[in-house]
Design a protein. Structure first.
Length: 344
């Protein structure tokens, strides 16, 4: 698809061209939304609103070459609005796929063995930044998933951190050699599932390091969406971007998530993650990054839950002001952690 041609057509009111653009951007938009929001349904809502606003405001975009950055910025704003509406605080990083003009910098990039990470594409590949310990620092993260089909990072590589600050002609560059941590790492591949007639939850892989815990799981819908009971699905309101803009309802699977606990009942804090919308018999992989375990666990428990919503789609808060959870004990899984699983 020739994006420039479709952009020109869309700016002149061609709705089919605009829909084609949105389909082309769908993967990038979902990846961006999922990096900020924990719920697939919230992601869908944010994407719908962003598409509608982009359609109404496309004529105001002067430089068509910045269309992608402009659209993703609208989406980020919509994600933040949803978070504020839910009155909850979560770690948020505005993941960068194109040069940013926010904050005090123009561009940040990581080069691994001379290759720019900004050049990587795909729903499950992110280069992002978030606030550091003080106003003079930031955290730069690069995350990718096996679903991206990108090669794994090498055991050792040359890393260059590139930062172009606003008002500073010469960019800053920091070079170092990175070695993969080999001590206190554990990789578990339990492949354990719990299921009922409608859903199956599987713990596929757990990667424990001194700094993060990366977990791969899947939820699989075992029946057609129309046959999902109210316990797991609900009707949601949407706005169509095709034809007259009318509200419509659509049945969707509720916001499925899970919490992770060690053998002392301490819950890990979720840092960020990616996931897929469920469809019948198609495992929806979730890749979640959590804080590390405080102590080496002997057992790990996974407790899937649903975030209940008010009739108008708002969050229901508990006594502590956190988004309440409706646990699904039928899918709870506990795995043993062998003490001899250190991997080099």
């Amino acid at each position: 698809m020739k994006l420039e041609s479709k952009l020109h057509q869309a700016r002149h009111g061609d709705r089919k061209a605009f829909v084609a653009l949105m389909k082309h951007m769908e993967s990038d938009m979902y990846g961006m939304a999922r990096s900020i929001l924990r719920s697939n349904e919230d992601c869908a809502d944010a994407m719908q609103e962003a598409m509608l606003k982009a359609y109404k405001s496309l004529g105001e975009l002067r430089e068509l070459r910045y269309f992608k950055t402009w659209l993703l910025r609208i989406l980020i704003n919509e994600c933040h609005l949803i978070l504020r509406k839910q009155k909850r605080v979560v770690p948020v990083a505005e993941f960068i796929r194109e040069p940013s003009t926010s904050g005090g910098y123009e561009k940040i990039d990581l080069f691994i063995n001379g290759k720019s990470m900004l050049s990587q594409n795909g729903v499950f590949s992110y280069l992002g930044e978030s606030p550091g310990r003080d106003s003079n620092s930031m955290l730069i993260s690069y995350m990718r998933d096996p679903a991206s089909r990108l090669p794994a990072l090498p055991e050792q590589f040359d890393l260059k951190v590139y930062a172009k600050l606003k008002g500073v002609t010469k960019p800053f560059e920091l070079k170092t050699i990175v070695y993969k941590t080999k001590l206190d790492n554990k990789v578990l591949k339990p492949q354990i599932s719990k299921a009922n007639t409608y859903l199956k939850f599987t713990v596929n892989r757990v990667e424990m390091t001194p700094v993060t815990t990366k977990i791969l799981t899947t939820f699989t819908m075992l029946v057609d969406l129309k046959d999902m009971p109210d316990d797991y699905a609900e009707e949601r309101k949407y706005i169509s971007t095709e034809g007259p803009h009318k509200n419509y309802t659509k049945k969707v699977v509720k916001s499925l998530d899970y919490a992770v606990f060690d053998d002392q009942g301490r819950e890990l804090e979720m840092l960020r993650g990616t996931g897929k919308t469920l469809s019948k018999n198609q495992p929806g992989q979730m890749v979640m990054l959590f804080t590390p375990f405080v102590d080496p666990p002997k057992k790990i428990t996974f407790k899937p839950f649903i975030h209940p919503l008010t009739p108008d789609g708002g969050a229901i808060l508990d006594a502590n002001g956190h988004w309440s959870r409706q646990y699904l004990p039928e899918f709870e899984i506990t795995i043993d952690v062998p003490q001899n699983t250190n991997h080099k």
